[in-house]
Design a protein. Sequence first.
Lengths: 425, 425
Amino acid sequence: MVAHPRNAELRNRITIVRIVRLSLVVVGQEPEIRAYQVRMEMVEKKFVVTPWEVSGIVDYERLIREFGTQPISGGLAKRLESSLGDTAYLVRREIFFSHRDLNLVLDDYEKGKGFFLYTGRGPSGPMHIGHILQFYFTKWLQDKFHVNVYIQMTDDEKFLEEKRNLSYEETQKWAADNILEVAAVGFDPDKTFILQDTEFVGHAYPLILKIARRVNYSTAKSVFGFTGETNIGFSFYPAIQILPSLFEKKRCLIPSAIDQDPYWRIQRDIAESLGYHKAAAVHSKFMPPLTGMQDKMSSSKPETAIYLNDDEKTVRNKIYRHAFSGGQSSIEEHRKLGGNPDVDVPFQWLYMFFEPDDKRIEEIRAEYRSGRMLTGQMKDVLVEKVTGFLREHRERREKARDHVHLYKKDGALAREMWKHDFAKS
Amino acid sequence: MVAHPRNAELRNRITIVRIVRLSLVVVGQEPEIRAYQVRMEMVEKKFVVTPWEVSGIVDYERLIREFGTQPISGGLAKRLESSLGDTAYLVRREIFFSHRDLNLVLDDYEKGKGFFLYTGRGPSGPMHIGHILQFYFTKWLQDKFHVNVYIQMTDDEKFLEEKRNLSYEETQKWAADNILEVAAVGFDPDKTFILQDTEFVGHAYPLILKIARRVNYSTAKSVFGFTGETNIGFSFYPAIQILPSLFEKKRCLIPSAIDQDPYWRIQRDIAESLGYHKAAAVHSKFMPPLTGMQDKMSSSKPETAIYLNDDEKTVRNKIYRHAFSGGQSSIEEHRKLGGNPDVDVPFQWLYMFFEPDDKRIEEIRAEYRSGRMLTGQMKDVLVEKVTGFLREHRERREKARDHVHLYKKDGALAREMWKHDFAKS
């Protein structure tokens, strides 16, 4: 299985890198001419990326090396771009930055063998912008490639993850809530199956058993860092997360943030021995929290994230009050020195998702860097985009209430999956 | 949970005791007067009792001490005897020899609170006499106490137990076969639910998750001796075996051979925190293999066991050829020295199950010990009993084909269980 469990464990859990620390330094002594300058200094700092934790400033190139994935670049980037059309900016801007076997997926697609998409959500609370983006990315892939999408709602995992301290009822409530958000994204109801683990595990149990028999405890422990305190449900759970990657005897492409990669490493160890394909993956970067480029949006710190059910006033407030700005401290200084879009979260959000127009985003970048665009104006642009996006998402969500049953039970793909005989998998 | 995992592990796995070794010693020098004498000597020997292995000669008193259970004796034995009526010989003869909380079960029964029974079977192959006895014992308890019985068919466990190397299809075949054997025992179809794990796990998954969240890996490891090589399905499985013990908010009495006790130790650690009762147990002794008082009947050694589908000729052959005898080597010697019923397997089988009449069994013992009854005659008695039992069992099995659906789906209790909302457990 994994060759060097100890190393693998270390690799997944902690990586020490040099990062940029921002600090404000007073450069003038007299109060009236006090000015601030952003000083960048290199310091030793950890960052952590596991399926349950992302902290620090993520060094994506380093992740590619440590996780053993491949960058999306050169000819492969061109192939993907040409398929994506109007959403190709995700490739050009390296939001999709890393992959496993994406080239084989595109080969299979071009040869007419097809492939399928699989992504998921752990329903532990309300969803924010950072959560929903991967579903939009996945929908766009579905739109371009016309393939089946399987979306796993891992309510069992969230119940078993003890530190969350969620009751069973709470996980059920959040599963229903989150499924509606996902339905709002607008997947094809006949090519999309949303499986809620607590409902579907029984039906697929024969295949889950076959997966579980292939994964021994030391492998799972070394990949996920389980300890003796880990409950036996949680250490079994990887078998369930691997399940949908074996729903078809085609190649499975998993669009996800890179923190979920450890699951696919185990999947890739065992899939072929069960008669299936190794999972392919396309990894997207984490959307930074509003409060700065460090860590990821956190449900326990509401100021770091914008929730899908935040109203317009809340969105404005959060962006104006909490969004970390790369601008200067006064209009005069800003006009003179210009802003730094690399650390400006409103700019980064526009770049990563909300402004697909390459020409427009580069105008914004240049305007900001030159000092012609002020921090407040940058935030105005983002507020406009986010409130517009949320308004449309919410409208779709209301309409989606009547479609949830199609994704879960009655659409063509859902019906097929509920009829599928997993004893014969 | 378990206070001293290391000690607990050792306790479960190996116990060193003094046992009796039988050896044949030539006592006459000249060939024509050669005689054999059974010499008994005390030697150091191990025996092992785990849920997956029983070997050596089991010292039941020692097991009671090591497992921390209680002997069934004194007032408690009297109470149980008086309830059992015509099957009280199981208590008098100490076939039911050990228990946990049986006194509380009888208290609950007498107070009208009731209780329920739970037992099970791992369908890894054809069932033999040793397997079916516990089901007859359980049925007799049901007949006397008029209580619900839950019978778990652990086809998932047998698939996950890698050393058995069973395909999924094989576990399904044996599950169907074994369910029919169990149905032949004649449980009350409206008070009995046979749950086949691969069918029922999904329905009960919420409660399984609640159990699993309470059991950490080190506890399970120390109780069952898991290693890093153990697959993650097998280390999760204890949550599933514990499940039926929480099917009702009454006390659960588990009639089983004592090798399954480790599961109930974990159950007793967590049941009350989930709002249920600690499981009670009544432990029966292992029926010895035909070939001698050591180990237990083994499916991999067909001469050690009589299968429920062995025909009369096979039964005769096995008993006459393989049944270990406590008799002397010649009729003359036997008449002179007498036989030893303590090591005579035919006598032990009669004593443990096939001859419930106390007066008759003591006559047989005395006749044999005195030398008046010969080995062949003892075997005749057993052949008669076993073939009669199997004939009746097989007749019941044919009739039971039409009743399986009642135990699994359509009887009153089965219907109730399939309707039960485990999310509210």
